[in-house]
Design a protein around this ligand. Structure first.
Ligand SMILES: [Zn+2]
Length: 604
């Protein structure tokens, strides 16, 4: 038995998925809202007897390994490793790809760097500047430990020496973690110098990058610098504090989203520990996807500047898709705070008045109310011009409200604030809404899957593609060569085969799929996800099926060509007076038919 099989057999898909999302038992299947697309009623099924999942909404389907790869965003090897560890099986080395090995090495280096920086901050005398700074900002020893804060010295090569000379990692590998940079003279130097270091972890708790806060007063350097995008670090997915605090978030089913590292830490210290920082003001779809697995409500507390407001407006669309409730902490209008106690960010409020911060979280308002207040703040509701600007600003936002009662509530409120008849206001808002809706539906239509009836040959071709991609990565391209000259009826398959033959490096389905244009990706997935092909084929049967199907498809294709030629011949035949050219053409077609027929014979 292969090790993959052994590990799969030892892992119950219902348990593995159930540890990650809420699964409900129902009949023979377990049900959930699909974690791979937005929906409010469950169409994601997990079947314990065939140990597979399938979503009837978006078509996602697979086994326990597929689920982990897609859900956790990990490679095949990492998924296998996770399951092996879970069942206490020791995984043999050979199953790793080059990329897996590189990932592991990079993680190792980043983890060593984290320990090195943490040691300097907590134990070494050079770390005094860092310790003083943290004391000034009221960061507790416990927080330093939980979030593994660190300190980078002002030397150009302190970490470099540690990783390269002491730990013997190759320079190019260290460079790929983003921790060191190559200078103009070709030598390397530390990216982070004289900075307080925040390790940035992915949702599985692995250090993938760093953020460094400048400690010197040098006006030339940026206050914060972050790791560059690497194989492991992706800014758009980063949620600072998530891996440490996600249990709190899951328990509350609610998450407070702040901008910076210190906002997050101070909030946690003030016992609002269902909190994450997004490092900047833009909340991304990836971040919302991650949060939506554990939270039903997102409470934004971004800076009240233009970037923060814009990000809040954009968040409405992103969050709505996931069916999540969006609230906002309006630091500018906390009525339980006196005017002189107004603060600029969550960090300040949580440190100086922890109780008020807790109260602020409790009294978070709906995003609509927040933007409503904002509009009345920046435009004059008394002047005609101001009224127009307020309506222009708010109409498209109010149009996104699904609940009629809630919408009515804001319309009434607006009519009072502007002293305008509600019926007139409704007309204005609807006008904007229609314009927006039109836009939305036109873009939607292009992405909707039209249901097309597939011909016999198209289905055969689909099955052939499914079989092709069932071959192991090592022989896949070789098999694809057999299809190089084949003329497909299905429009998307030829380019898929061409791109497959041109694919550089060892084959990996997810990397390959990523390299395809959207329409090609769809053709490929149609073939791979068809439910009737779901059974996995053993090696010998796969080869047999492949040969048989290939033969069938090739014959069918030749027959179709012959039929087409015959049609042309009939047309030419029926004209009583043929030109010489037509005579010639007829001869050519007849010999073409003979050639095709003997080609069919050769196949069998
Ligand atoms: Zn789905």
């Amino acid at each position: 038995m292969s090790q993959i099989r052994e590990i799969k057999d030892a892992s119950n898909i219902v348990e593995v998925i159930g540890e990650r999302i809420k699964l409900d038992a129902g009949g023979i299947n377990f049900k959930a809202c699909c974690p791979f697309h937005s929906e409010k009623t469950p169409s994601f099924f997990v079947n314990p007897s065939i140990q597979r999942y399938r979503c009837f909404g978006c078509g996602a389907n697979g086994d326990v390994l597929d689920f982990l790869q897609n859900f956790e965003g990990v490679t095949f090897y990492e998924a296998l490793k996770t399951l092996a560890d879970r069942s206490g099986i020791t995984l043999k080395e050979f199953q790793r790809t080059k990329e897996d090995e590189e990932r592991e090495k990079l993680l190792e280096i980043l983890n060593l760097a984290k320990e090195y920086y943490h040691f300097l901050l907590t134990k070494h005398e050079v770390g005094q500047t860092g310790r003083d700074y943290l004391q000034d900002r009221d960061v507790s020893a416990e927080s330093i430990k939980i979030f593994q804060l660190g300190f980078a010295t002002n030397a150009w090569d302190s970490l470099l020496k540690y990783l390269y000379q002491k730990k013997k990692y190759p320079l190019e590998l260290i460079e790929r973690t983003g921790l060191i940079l190559k200078g103009r003279n070709g030598g390397y130097y530390d990216r982070f110098r004289e900075r307080l270091m925040f390790p940035l972890k992915n949702h599985r708790g692995q250090v993938v990058g760093f953020s460094g806060r400048l400690l010197s007063k040098s006006p030339k350097e940026a206050k914060y610098i972050n790791s560059p995008e690497t194989l492991l670090y992706h800014k758009s997915k980063m949620l600072y504090g998530y891996s440490e605090l996600f249990r709190e978030i899951k328990k509350k089913e609610q998450v407070v989203v702040v901008e910076g590292e210190f906002d997050m830490i101070s909030s946690a210290q003030a016992h609002v520990n269902h909190v994450v920082a997004i490092k900047g003001s833009a909340l991304t779809t990836e971040q919302v996807n991650l949060l939506s697995r554990v939270a039903k409500t997102i409470i934004l507390s971004l800076d009240a500047d233009e970037a923060g407001i814009k990000a809040t407006e954009r968040a409405i669309g992103i969050v709505k898709e996931k069916g999540i409730d969006l609230k906002v902490i309006d630091l500018k209008h906390l009525d339980f705070l006196a005017k002189e106690d107004q603060v600029k960010d969550p960090d300040e409020l949580a440190r100086e008045k922890p109780k008020a911060w807790r109260q602020a979280v409790e009294s978070a308002i709906s995003v609509y109310e927040f933007l409503f207040n904002h509009a009345l703040d920046i435009y004059d509701p008394l002047s005609a011009d101001g009224k127009r600007q307020i309506i222009n600003y708010l109409a498209p936002i109010l149009e996104t409200i699904d609940h009629a009662v809630e919408k009515e509530f804001y319309l009434q409120k607006l009519s009072v604030a502007l002293n305008v008849k509600e019926s007139l206001l409704k007309e204005d808002v609807a006008k904007f809404g229609q314009a927006k809706e039109k836009l939305a539906t036109t873009t939607d239509n292009t992405s909707a899957k039209p249901k097309i009836f597939k011909s016999h040959q198209e289905r055969n071709e689909e099955y052939l593609l499914f079989l092709l991609f069932s071959f192991p990565a090592t022989t896949l391209k070789e098999k694809a060569l057999e299809l190089q000259d084949f003329v497909f009826v299905s429009p998307g398959f030829k380019p898929v085969i061409e791109q497959l033959l041109n694919f550089k490096g060892s084959f990996d389905l997810s990397r390959f799929a990523l390299s395809l244009a959207e329409d090609l990706k769809k053709s490929l997935m149609d073939a791979l996800l068809s439910p009737e092909y779901e059974q996995k084929l053993e090696k010998e049967t796969l080869e047999k099926e492949w040969q048989a199907t290939l033969l069938r498809v090739k014959k069918e294709s030749l027959r179709a060509e012959i039929a087409k030629i015959n049609e042309e011949i009939t047309k030419l035949d029926s004209s009583l007076q043929r030109t010489i050219l037509e005579e010639q053409k007829l001869d050519e077609l007849l010999s073409l038919i003979v050639a095709k027929q003997s080609a069919i014979k050769k196949l069998s």
